[in-house]
Design a protein around this ligand. Structure first.
Ligand SMILES: C[S@@+](CC[C@H](N)C(=O)[O-])C[C@H]1O[C@@H](n2cnc3c(N)ncnc32)[C@H](O)[C@@H]1O
Length: 465
């Protein structure tokens, strides 16, 4: 039985031939004969014999033999034509397939381009929207106002009522006052530390004295429960930090008061106030690991009243806490301010050194000293939230002296001073106030050893209060 057209086509367009591209109709035909099962080309002699036999039987006319040869010739030609056509068709199919693949690839590439464009467009839109949102937030933030001190006090009291725990009760309890037991500031240990709290009006005065701004960072060094820290964040709107040595005091502020106060702020009627971040840490102010956290603030407050950070507050032979505080101040950037309730041993302020220099025939200089100093008195008195009067601090009903130090800009980045000895080279060469290696405070000229004589008004104040 002759092979079907499908068999033929498949044999001719076998992958090997198609790939070589060298096939000829004849060779393809030979392959068909060889490979297609059951197919066999007719032998010419056999075909002639058949015709002669059928002519002898009178079944075909005699001339049919020649006719048949012509027919055979034409049949063979048409088979070759057919093969050529099939091959041509196969090549065409192959070309069409290739074209389709190329077109598909091209359309895929353009889809990728399209996708990239859409993504880029959407990223640009998202960026513009984010910018607009940030700008709207900034505008809204600028328009938001911090709480007034009276509002803060009202919320503080609401918090006390809400939690059922008044600050005065907490302070009177063993938790906070543990450190105030006998011997708490007697020298050999810091396992205990004296506690006392700055009241609302005096805290506001510290903000006013230092001209604390919302864009600045405030820190209370020895913050107790963090009352001043929270008030500054809420009433100035600045970032406010605090560190406290005693864990119980830290916990009261960090885990109870501030969360409760935030809740009260959230519940309050009216537009949300601008409240800065509050960062309360339990740490020793003498720990070098906390130094940067403290000195990177713009405004620091230290309630070191009655020498509680003086020699009697620290272990025998170690630097006093006040010395550590002095180092923190010297490491703050120019323009920074610090308020203390006891003077620091920083030596003479810029005005005083230049006065001495002038007296000794030396030119005044910005390098003469790294700070200016001002003193003021905080007095008890009536306030909007306490019409009958509010004390300055929790342990006294009297006035409290406050010292305001301001870091000045000098030719060196670090705090430095000039010698006042007109014969010393140190009169023109600034000496750093903090020894970078030992972290000691340098209180004498490194060239001639002259002391940075403390200003007159620093003397005799240490025992007050
Ligand atoms: C007088 S209280 C002031 C609290 C708060 N600043 C205020 O004025 O309302 C001083 C605080 O300093 C803390 N203190 C003492 N030594 C400290 C140290 N080495 N490091 C950190 N805090 C310390 C005490 O535990 C105490 O709570």
């Amino acid at each position: 039985m002759p092979p079907s057209r499908a068999m033929l086509t498949s044999a001719i367009s076998s992958p090997r031939q198609a790939a070589s591209g060298t096939s000829r109709p004849q060779s393809a035909w030979r392959r068909v004969v060889r490979e297609v099962p059951g197919f066999c080309a007719p032998r010419p002699e056999a075909r002639q014999e058949g015709i002669a036999r059928r002519a002898a039987d009178g079944l075909v006319r005699v001339g049919a033999v020649e006719d048949d040869a012509a027919l055979r010739q034409s049949a063979q030609e048409s088979e070759e034509d057919q093969l050529a056509r099939i091959l041509a068709e196969s090549e065409e199919t192959e070309r069409a397939e290739k074209r389709r693949r190329l077109e598909a690839q091209a359309s895929q590439e353009s889809e990728e381009d399209q996708l990239a464009r859409i993504l880029a467009e959407s990223a640009a839109t998202a960026e513009a929207e984010a910018r607009a949102r940030a700008e709207a937030l900034r505008r809204a933030d600028d328009e938001r106002k911090p709480l007034t001190t009276a509002e803060f006090v009202a919320l503080w009291r609401a918090t006390e009522e809400g939690t059922g725990v008044a600050m005065t009760d907490i302070e009177a309890g063993t938790l906070v006052r543990t450190g105030n037991a006998a011997g708490s500031v007697s020298g050999a240990t810091q396992d205990k530390a004296q506690y006392g709290r700055l009241f609302f009006g005096a805290t506001r005065t510290v903000a006013e004295l230092t001209n604390l701004k919302a864009s600045e960072v405030f820190v209370d060094i020895g913050c107790g429960v963090g009352n001043a820290t929270m008030q500054m964040a809420c009433t100035v709107g600045c970032e406010a930090r605090g560190i406290e040595l005693m864990p119980d005091r830290h916990i009261v502020g960090h885990e109870h008061m501030w969360p409760a106060l935030q809740h009260a702020i959230g519940e309050r009627d009216g537009p949300p106030p601008k409240v800065g971040e509050v960062v309360l840490r339990q740490a020793d102010l003498a720990d070098p690991a906390i130094a940067e956290f403290l000195s990177s603030a713009d405004v620091a407050f230290v309630n070191n009243y009655n020498e509680i950070f003086g020699a009697r507050s620290c272990k025998h032979g170690e630097r006093s806490l006040d010395e550590h505080v002095a180092r923190v101040f010297a490491c703050m950037k120019p323009g920074s301010r610090m308020v203390t309730f006891h003077p620091l041993a920083l030596g003479m302020d810029a005005e005083k050194v230049n006065e001495v220099r002038r007296d000794r025939g030396l030119a005044p200089s910005a390098d003469a000293s790294f700070f200016t100093k001002a003193q003021s008195t905080l007095a008890p008195g009536p306030t909007a939230w306490a019409p009958r009067g509010e004390d300055v601090v929790s342990w006294s009903d009297g006035p409290i002296k406050a010292y305001l130090y301001t870091r000045t800009a000098q030719s060196l980045e670090k705090a430095c001073f000039l010698c006042t000895n007109r014969k010393c080279v140190g009169k023109d060469i600034p000496t750093a106030f903090v020894n970078e290696e030992s972290l000691d405070l340098v209180t004498e000229c490194i060239f001639c050893g002259e002391s940075r004589r403390p200003a007159e008004r620093d003397r005799g104040e240490s025992r007050r209060g």
